[in-house]
Design a protein around this ligand. Structure first.
Ligand SMILES: C[S@@+](CC[C@H](N)C(=O)[O-])C[C@H]1O[C@@H](n2cnc3c(N)ncnc32)[C@H](O)[C@@H]1O
Length: 304
């Protein structure tokens, strides 16, 4: 059964090699933003793009269903937009909505795209997406993936980000209440790299390699005076608590959105489901409602 069959039981949805279908993604996605509830992720992106206006080329890595893409196409000073995603159905969905406002669509793994890119960009953005491409590189190359991705990303910023250009990346914070539950679920289910790496080899201080790689690349580029220290910063943001109407809603979102339906139809489904249900019940008992804390990192840079 395909995920686009919206009427079906979420427990039996299978996503295969594609990510979630865009319509289903939009339907179950919750709003992520700052703890005070004043700024959603797209507000933070809008502020960033307004602070650093550019009439040049812009790259969005991991456009998904086009939430951030629409922010860009609504700003009239961007005329040359390239969007990438590994999912063909996400790109097709965005193309149907944005059409000719986008110059190039590229179906690619992020890191492969960065490795091969020839084009130069004035602005590079990515929301909640970069980490998705780090898992498969670890699956293929083990611990060696760290240095490979670090080098590819560093070279990309040196060669493909124009002088004066800007970067805006949002990534989940592995130390948040939500991400700790997700991490435990992946390991319960053998999901991350099928135990080819121990949890302690993958995470450090709760942070996934994608965060540690970005930290290292930003530090190198600041040290080498490629990034401008006055306009480059990495910020850990405490996010809003996401409230769920029911245990079932939260279970669907965790199993099918955060865990991408990976365990549906497998023996790991029941242990993970039971684990999450128990944790959600504990949260309801402690807080009086099913509200789960989120958090994220924002990486902003300006090239000299
Ligand atoms: C959580 S969604 C974020 C989408 C969008 N940026 C947003 O904020 O709504 C993650 C996106 O990463 C894409 N993706 C998954 N694995 C990928 C990979 N290895 N390389 C590139 N994109 C990937 C998925 O298809 C999905 O569109």
């Amino acid at each position: 059964m395909q995920s686009k069959d919206l009427g079906s039981d979420w427990r039996v949805m299978q996503f295969g090699s594609e990510y979630l279908a865009p319509e289903y993604y939009d339907r179950i996605l919750k709003k992520y933003g700052t703890q005070d509830g004043l700024h959603e992720d797209l507000d933070l992106l809008t502020d960033f793009l307004n602070e650093r206006p550019s009439n040049g080329s812009i790259l969005e890595l991991g456009c998904g269903s086009g939430r951030a893409t629409r922010v860009i196409t609504d700003i009239d000073h961007y005329h040359d937009l390239t969007v990438t995603d590994l999912s063909k159905q996400m790109l097709d969905f965005v193309q149907r909505q944005e059409g000719s406002k986008i110059s190039e669509y590229e179906q690619s793994d992020h890191i492969e795209f960065l490795q091969k890119a020839k084009k130069e960009f004035n602005t590079i953005i990515s929301l909640w997406s970069f980490a998705h491409s780090v898992f498969p590189w670890y699956a293929r190359h083990g611990q060696g993936a760290f240095k490979m991705i670090e080098d590819i990303l560093t070279n990309f910023f040196v060669q493909n980000l124009k002088g004066g250009g800007a970067v805006f990346i949002i990534q989940t914070d592995g130390a948040s209440e939500e991400q700790k539950l997700i991490k435990q679920s992946w390991f319960l289910g053998d999901g991350i790299l099928h135990k080819r790496l121990l949890e302690s080899e993958y995470y450090s201080d709760f942070q996934s390699p994608s965060i540690r790689i970005l930290d290292s690349v930003f530090a190198t580029l600041l040290k080498g005076s490629i990034f401008d220290s006055t306009e480059t910063n990495v910020t850990q943001v405490t996010g809003n608590e996401i409230e769920y109407d029911s245990l079932d809603e939260a279970l669907e979102i965790f199993m099918n959105f955060h865990l991408e339906g990976e365990f549906n139809g497998t023996p790991a489904f029941t242990p993970i489901y039971d684990f999450l249900k128990l944790e959600f019940e504990k949260i309801v008992k402690a807080k009086g409602k099913l509200a789960i804390g989120t958090g994220f990192w924002i990486y902003k840079a300006k090239k000299k």
